[in-house]
Design a protein around this ligand. Structure first.
Ligand code: ADP
Ligand code: MG
Length: 709
């Protein structure tokens, strides 16, 4: 008669396993573990040593141990929710107190004279050893004497337990299916491939994770499983890249000598060495019909805009169009104004496209983009990437993109002769960020992007000094602000507020007005203070920014609308209220608004952080002005998912791999994936089947490669 066990498959439901309690099966289902296959991939989050059974006298404080003893006394103390059951067990070596909180009912189960096997972590209590809430079993009299002797210490998995099922209960269920289940796991890596890299088989890796013989086995298993996660992601990223390269083309924009001279003449200053190098890297990409996909990272104020402008002008010189997209209207407006002034007197037609424009104006701009009359469109991401049809878009620049994943890059439509579905023309894409991407993350998530770095600042920058001040010393801070204003300098005060989105806006604006009123009535009495937030009309904002730039406003109290790009060299002081409410990247961006001229800059963070993260963030700000250092610190504090929006990207989180610690594995996975995809771009050879299936399952959707091949 076939037992249930021999019929076991990876899709066998947990609830169908003999001996598994209904409520445990249900709990596992709720944890996303409905069947045997998922159970095997439900990994312990750590392992711990369990000492083999010992005499009661040999138990050690703080180390999980197990022992057997006879119950010599029991009692229930306390009432109601405080009720607890206490017992004492003894053996020939000594005694141990047991306490079970909230389990007065045990008085009906455990009686003096019984023999108990207990397991737990002893602590010192009342001069002796005590275990609280140990796991225990009652040993029936007939089994006494037949107890196993020489057990070994055990290295045991600890599963993330939740209410309703303990780690031990999970372990018991895993143990039932481990051998049979693991034997069914197909390996997507061939034997030779694995042995070259000294990796265990997938079946062994899972077996060693759940039931290790030693710490080394856990290490080996972890290495294999982490490698798999990194490899599958890299295969996905490389597959997507290969696919794009095979199917899409962009106009080749060669940088002739003549064009080069014309562009150089347009530049308002001599490019720094770093800028020239990056311009060179971009130009090499643009000369090809392979669409560029390049990230330019450079700290706040490093001069990314002119680098982008150069690429856009190259497109226009070849008779195509270009677009520059910014994350906010304020920044789009500012780019528009500065580009216009740089191109003044030339023939390039520049237009602005934002959401606050009147409908009719917007329609007219769209029509002139479609006809090709407009050469360069500056706008917000949302407006330009959705549904604007270009006559011939060759270069698209996405500015200050803090959050992006491979799949999030804007989609463009180019009016072509063929139908849209057949159009394989795409622009070259340049993404710019001041939130530098630590190398590890760059390699992992942005594996399909080429990265250029502007390291170094344009000449004439002044250092910014950052201090952290508790709220009760705010008065002194604004006295200093007043002093700077009296020396002819200007200040920003940033107030945390949510600018868009309905619910908090009322409060936020009240906060902003209160701050302005307090300053005008107090430390900045007689000075010109103005408020600015994202809810103001565009014309009002432009007017305020214009006045601030012209020195007609001394102190601008603003929400984070000034976070990126605002460029007023005479502004030397920035006060950030409730600084602990901002993220590290945001604080760094904000601080970048000062120290843009010859005069030294000051950034004062007002706050009294109470969380660990908050303290670390603000401390990091006072310790360094390097965006690169800060982004590494941010990563340590928050973890990669948060920092680069991978959580939002829909990318499956790593369960085993830690891209920060597994750098070597990551590089190996990257090399291996590149080689694999070079040989089999669509992973359609028979030997690729398992890898392909796993890859599509974990990354197909968010990478948009479900239908590749
Ligand atoms: P970010 O990289 O933060 O976008 P911007 O492109 O806004 O920086 O440049 C910051 C400031 O530096 C601008 O005022 C810009 O005109 C100026 N700038 C950029 N490159 C140079 C350069 N090579 N020499 C002098 N000033 C420069
Ligand atoms: Mg910029």
């Amino acid at each position: 008669m076939p037992s249930a066990k021999t019929n076991l498959t990876l899709t066998t439901p947990i609830r169908a396993l003999p001996g598994v309690r209904e409520e445990h099966a249900l709990k596992l289902e709720q944890l996303g573990v409905p069947n045997v296959g998922r159970l095997l991939t439900h990994l312990p989050h750590r392992h711990e040593w369990i000492r083999a059974q010992s005499g009661l006298a040999d138990l050690e404080v703080g180390i999980i141990g197990s022992a057997i003893g006879e119950v010599s006394a029991t009692k229930v103390t306390g009432f109601g929710r405080k009720a607890r059951f206490q017992a004492v067990i003894t053996d020939e070596t000594g005694r141990l107190d047991l306490v079970f909180f909230n389990q007065a009912f045990l008085a009906k189960k455990i009686h003096p004279g019984m023999t108990l096997r207990v397991q737990g972590k002893p602590n010192v209590y009342g001069g002796g050893l005590q275990m609280s809430n140990p796991s225990f079993s009652i040993i029936p009299t007939e089994e006494l004497g037949g107890l196993p002797e020489d057990q070994d210490d055990e290295y045991r998995p600890v599963y993330p337990a939740t209410e309703g099922i303990t780690s031990e209960q999970i372990r018991a269920i895993v143990t039932r299916v481990l051998d049979t289940g693991c034997a069914l796991i197909e390996d997507h890596l061939p034997d030779a491939y694995r042995s070259e890299r000294a990796m265990p088989s997938l079946a062994d890796a899972y077996r060693m994770m759940h039931a290790p013989q030693s710490e080394d086995e856990v290490k080996a298993a972890r290495r294999r499983l982490a490698y798999d996660e990194l490899l599958l992601l890299q295969l996905g990223v490389h597959m997507k890249r290969a696919h794009l390269r095979q199917t899409l083309t962009a106009p080749a924009l060669e940088r002739t000598k003549e064009i080069n001279e014309r562009l150089a003449a347009r530049m308002p200053f001599v490019l720094t060495g770093a800028q020239q190098r990056v311009v060179g890297e971009i130009s090499r990409d643009l000369a090809l019909t392979v669409p560029m996909n390049r990230l330019v990272q450079g700290d706040v104020g490093s001069g990314k805009t002119v680098v982008a402008l150069d690429a856009m002008l190259l497109a226009i010189a070849h008779g195509h169009q270009a677009t520059l997209m910014a994350p906010t209207e304020i920044l789009a407006e500012q780019h528009y104004l500065s580009i216009q002034s740089m191109l003044e007197g030339g023939s390039v037609k520049v237009e602005l496209l934002t959401g606050s424009m009147a409908q009719a104006d917007r329609e007219s701009v769209r029509a002139r983009i479609a006809s090709g009359e407009i050469d360069l469109v500056v706008g917000t991401h949302a407006l330009v990437s959705q549904g604007v049809v270009f006559k011939s878009l060759a270069v698209a620049v996405i500015d200050e993109q803090h959050r992006f994943g491979v799949q999030q890059r804007a989609q463009f439509r180019v009016k072509g002769a063929g139908s849209e579905a057949e159009s394989h023309e795409t622009p070259h894409v340049l993404v710019m960020t001041a939130t530098p991407i630590p190398r590890t993350i760059g390699l992992t998530i942005f594996g399909d992007l080429d990265i250029s770095t502007i390291d170094g600042m344009p000449p004439g920058r002044s250092p910014v000094t950052t201090t952290l001040v508790p709220p009760d010393r705010r008065g002194a801070v604004y006295e200093r602000v007043r002093a700077r204003i009296e020396m002819g300098e200007q200040a920003f005060v940033v107030v945390p507020a949510i600018d868009t989105g309905a619910s908090n806006t009322g409060n936020a604006l009240r906060d902003l007005r209160t701050v302005v009123a307090d300053l005008e009535g107090g430390p900045l009495h007689g000075k010109r203070v103005a408020a600015m937030h994202g809810r103001l009309e565009r014309s009002t904002r432009e007017h305020i920014m214009g006045r601030f730039r012209a020195g007609l406003i001394d102190c601008l109290v603003a929400t984070t609308v000034i976070e990126v790009g605002v460029d007023v060299p005479n502004a030397t002081v920035m006060v950030i209220e409730e600084a602990d409410r901002f993220g590290l990247a945001q604080l760094h961006q904000l601080r970048g608004r000062v120290g843009r001229g010859e005069k030294p800059g000051y950034c004062v963070l007002i706050g009294e952080p109470t969380t660990d993260d908050g303290i670390q963030r603000l401390r990091a700000m006072t310790e360094t002005t390097s965006g690169f250092v800060l982004s590494e610190r941010d990563l340590e504090i928050r973890g990669p998912g948060d920092v680069f929006g991978t959580r939002q990207s829909g990318m499956a989180p790593f369960l085993v791999a830690d891209p920060l610690k597994d750098l070597e594995l990551l590089q190996m996975a990257r090399r291996d994936a590149a080689a694999w995809i070079a040989e089999s771009p669509n992973l359609d050879r028979p030997e690729d089947t398992a890898a392909r299936r796993r890859l599509l399952k974990s990354h197909g959707k968010w990478l948009g490669i479900g239908d590749v091949g």
